[in-house]
Design a protein around this ligand. Structure first.
Ligand SMILES: *Cc1c(COP(=O)(O)O)cnc(C)c1O
Length: 463
């Protein structure tokens, strides 16, 4: 896989990757429930609807491109995670996947906790009324100001990511006359089966303190000595878009090993263990994610078993799903602008957004699917590449997908499973305005993040 930047100009006509779609799907009008939000369907006219509203109405009222989020689906997924883990565990939604005040309220109402990793995310969470003790503060380089704000606000935990931070947080807490609840993030030497650039627990990376060489044990030793800190547990996050639970098994084994070492050396049994997030979702029909209850059972069993062997009291488990909650709840609605057929190769379909609203394809070679949503079609399938309007040939939204051959400018198409890491990673490249997030429920659409305007852009440009 090439990670090199490609300057403007034609990209090589790379053919479909091995194992990718070799044939078009049987029915181009079908909407696979694996990749679309729960309330998505087609009405009698063949127009796609979500939350009881059709996409033509959404496009008229809110414009395109737009992220359309199914509120019922979001709440259902949040609740499924909460229920699956029960009262003896905590579910922290990873705010970096997508955060807005409406989402914070939904999470609060559904009984979830929240991970933040910057002052901006903390401000959003607090301003929407998330109780501070249900917030965890993450990050490998939190500023002293961010740490102070988090401690003053009373966040439930700060996840310490380095030796410097152990001292820094302890010092700031002490100077405020507080004792801050903390976890230590360790890297356990597990590489999750996923794209190299989104795997995060092998040790050659910026996050966490390596378990190897006794470093994690040394971090615990130091944290236990500092008055400003109350060490409540160990944290491990092994990657993203993971389908295979074996990585968690190894991680849990090693984390529990550390808990045992801590008990043997210090006579303390840390009460919590956080296994992070990273659970995969279906971006295409080829992906097969696990259900929250299966994941909960697998993780609880692993930790229980490991603790029994180590003769430890089973700690309270927490998990941090981001993508698995918000990812499938939204699609991006685009209007087709231009269409360029290249005979024998593929057809380029340009939409009114692109890498500014979905950087994941360019950044991670992520795969997405796409469908014609403003009507049905009986035309033949054509191999299409959905591209954006940016001045960059790597501006690809969907690399390879089939769309009907009668696709025309003005048609609406939608890319499902864009709820996570799309709006939150959106940019203003080419001074393109970031799309709104429109939440739909019971026949009503509500803008929860409005579309950016040219005034917004110019306000930052002080001349
Ligand atoms: C990114 C991240 C998550 C969430 O990852 P998803 O793939 O969205 O589930 C959870 N915990 C930590 C520490 C993270 O960095």
């Amino acid at each position: 896989m090439s990670r090199s930047a490609h300057p403007a100009g034609p990209r090589h006509a790379d053919v479909l990757p091995e194992g990718h779609y070799t044939a078009p799907p049987a029915d181009l009008n079908a909407l696979d429930s694996k990749v679309w939000a729960q309330t998505v369907g087609r009405n009698d006219d063949g127009v796609v609807t979500v939350g009881g509203i059709d996409v033509k109405t959404l496009a008229e009222q809110h414009g395109t491109p737009a992220y359309v989020m199914d509120e019922d689906d979001f709440r259902a997924r949040a609740r499924a995670w909460r229920t699956a883990f029960g009262q003896d565990a905590d579910v922290f939604y990873a705010g970096k996947a997508f955060l807005s005040r409406a989402v914070v309220r939904w999470l609060h109402e559904e009984g979830l906790n929240l991970d933040v990793c910057s002052g901006g995310e903390l401000a959003t969470a607090l301003s929407a009324g998330m109780p501070a003790d249900r917030i965890a503060f993450h990050g490998n380089n939190k500023s002293p100001e961010e740490i102070e704000r988090a401690i003053r606000a009373g966040v439930g935990r700060i996840v310490l990511d380095s030796f410097q931070e152990i001292v820094r947080v302890a010092h700031i807490a002490s100077s405020l006359g507080k004792r801050q609840r903390v976890q230590i993030r360790i890297t356990v030497g597990v590489e999750a089966h996923t794209h190299e650039f989104i795997a995060t627990a092998h040790e050659d990376q910026k996050f966490g303190i390596p378990l190897a060489g006794g470093q994690a044990a040394e971090a615990v030793r130091r944290a236990l000595q500092l008055d400003g800190l109350e060490l409540i547990g160990i944290h491990s996050h092994i990657g993203s878009q993971i389908f295979d639970m074996s990585g968690f098994e190894v991680a849990a084994h090693r984390v529990v090993g550390l808990l045992r070492e801590i008990r043997d050396e210090h006579g303390v049994e840390l009460p919590e263990i956080d296994l992070g997030g990273g659970l995969g979702i279906a971006y295409t029909s080829g992906d097969d994610p696990r259900e929250p209850h299966e994941i909960a059972k697998a993780l609880t069993d692993i930790v229980g078993r490991e603790c029994e062997v180590a003769r430890l009291r089973t700690p309270r488990i927490s998990v941090e799903p981001g993508r698995a909650i918000v990812g499938p709840t939204a699609f991006t609605l685009y209007e087709v602008g231009t269409i360029k057929p290249l005979d024998g190769l593929r057809t380029y379909v340009s939409v009114d957004g692109g890498m500014s609203d979905n950087i994941r394809t360019a950044l991670y070679d992520a795969e997405y699917s796409v469908a014609l949503v403003s009507r049905t079609s009986d035309a033949e399938p054509m191999l299409a590449r959905v591209v954006g309007k940016h001045c960059e040939s790597g501006d690809i939204v969907v690399k390879d997908a089939f769309l009907p051959a009668d696709l025309a400018p003005g048609d609406l198409i939608a890319v499902p499973a864009t709820g996570a890491y799309c709006r939150s990673m959106a940019s203003n490249y080419n001074h393109v305005l970031r799309p709104p997030v429109v939440a739909v429920r019971d026949g009503e659409a509500r803008v929860i993040v409005r579309r950016e305007t040219e005034e917004d852009l110019l306000r930052l440009d002080v001349g």
